[in-house]
Design a protein around this ligand. Structure first.
Ligand code: SF4
Length: 427
């Protein structure tokens, strides 16, 4: 029996469709690990290689995020027209079951661990159900190691992605983490994480947790256990990490070289409105200094388009990033993803412009902002990205160069190229 596990490609008009230093989706290697050995499994990440429709599997499972939904449905429709049964899963089908059902033989809602073996067994018996729903949250004990050996290594910047926790204790109104995982924050056993890191055999490690320091006591135990492994790692963390000196020291000594930090806004009122009141704008500068003093580079996330933002937000954020020497940043247009609280709010206010999912890529304006027109928000967003990844800003931010300067130099150059291509595609 042949099984295809598929990640649809990002639209060309999206920054993510142009980035070359990509890493693989853990969802597919995790599904592969949950699949019995009698299946012949192929992982097809369309962002890394093309999908050959003349080679038909018995079953295709497609992992779907909102901006990839259109392409996922195209793939599903094509396969089904050729007699291949299709399963759709991931966050978008979980939130949009009825829509996904039109394109699938089965829709999987929720986490796959408990459901996937059942799906495969039902398929083999010819009894696939239209919907599989797992409303609980699975234990993270004894998870099988993702099957990274099925990946085309050459297609990725690095393949060592690993998860140690799931969920986030916070509940920001724009974020789909809580709508998918609830307000649970689950952790894996440190021994199991260590075994998996050892199994990966060195190199950079990216902990794809939504917030690796959500439970400081656990994070400390994990970081202590990582020290002897001598790895260099990156992850995502809340800014609260700087409040705990011991936690920060341990992060540094265990090999943390960079953190993705959600600053989101320079307006405290906007942070309060989006439910991110754990962030305090007046503490940002000092927090950044503390992280830098610990040799930890920062990839900052900023959102444009909140009800507090007017047209000055773009230059204010850019100036802040340059002044504080944040190594790299990701800008997002506020996006009302299905299942989020912001989607409910904007929908009630009749401010959502359309549901062309391809444009829900955080690079395009899909709602009516309060203090700008959609075009002003779009133009300001494009202006901010163009300037952030201009050579002047790159040099300003990365100077004086530190040891991790080379890594961030390459990353900035990659973003610069990707953004230029994105803009060309959108023109
Ligand atoms: S802190 Fe980050 S991961 Fe947690 S809810 Fe907010 S945006 Fe989502």
């Amino acid at each position: 029996m042949k099984l295809f596990l598929i990640a649809p490609k990002w639209p060309e008009h999206s920054l993510w469709g142009q980035i070359y230093f990509r890493f693989p989706y853990l969802a597919l290697t995790t599904l592969a690990a949950l699949t019995d050995d009698d299946w012949d499994i192929s992982i097809v990440d369309e962002n890394a290689e093309s999908l050959d429709f003349s080679d038909l599997p018995d079953l295709a499972a497609i992992s779907v995020m909102t901006p990839l939904a259109k392409r996922a449905y195209e793939i599903a429709d094509n396969f089904r027209a050729n007699g291949v049964q299709v399963v759709l899963g991931g966050i978008h089908p979980t939130m949009m079951k009825d829509e996904a059902s039109i394109h699938a033989d089965a829709v999987v809602m929720g986490e796959a661990e408990e459901i996937w073996p059942q799906v495969l067994s039902d398929f083999k018996r010819g009894k696939l159900k239209p919907v599989y729903s797992f409303t609980d949250f699975c234990s993270l004990d004894g998870l099988r190691f993702p099957k990274r050996e099925l990946l085309n290594r050459k297609a990725y910047f690095f393949i060592n992605t690993i998860q140690t926790t799931r969920g986030c204790p916070f509940d920001c109104e724009f974020c789909s983490v809580t709508s998918f995982y609830g307000r649970t924050y689950r952790v894996r056993s440190v021994e199991e994480v260590v075994r998996e890191v050892e199994h990966m055999g060195g190199g950079f490690v990216f902990f794809v947790d939504d917030n690796i320091v959500g439970k400081p006591a656990y994070a400390k135990e994990l970081f202590r256990a990582l020290v002897p492994l001598n790895v260099k790692w990156f992850s995502q963390a809340s800014l609260s990490i700087v409040k705990d000196g011991e936690l920060l020291e341990l992060a540094q000594s265990s090999g943390c070289k960079g953190l993705f930090i959600g600053f989101e806004s320079l307006s405290q009122e906007a942070l309060r409105a989006m439910g991110k009141s754990a962030n305090h704008v007046e503490e940002y500068k000092e927090a950044i200094k503390i992280l830098h003093n610990h040799g930890i580079g920062i990839q900052g996330s900023f959102i444009f388009g909140t009800d507090q933002d007017n047209q000055s937000v773009f230059s204010d954020v850019l100036r802040f990033i340059e002044k504080t020497h944040i190594e790299a940043a990701l800008f997002s247009v506020l996006t009302p993803f299905p299942g989020t609280r912001i989607q409910e709010v904007l929908s009630k206010q009749n401010r959502i412009l359309h549901t062309d999912w391809e444009k829900y890529d955080m690079n395009h304006v899909v709602f009516r902002p309060k203090k700008m027109s959609p075009k002003q928000l779009q133009d300001g967003f494009n202006w901010a990205y163009k300037n952030l990844y201009g050579y002047r800003s790159i040099v300003k931010r990365l100077f004086p160069f530190t040891r991790s300067g080379l890594f961030y130099g390459i990353q900035n150059y990659g973003f610069r190229q990707a953004w230029k291509k994105t803009l060309n595609t959108n023109e």
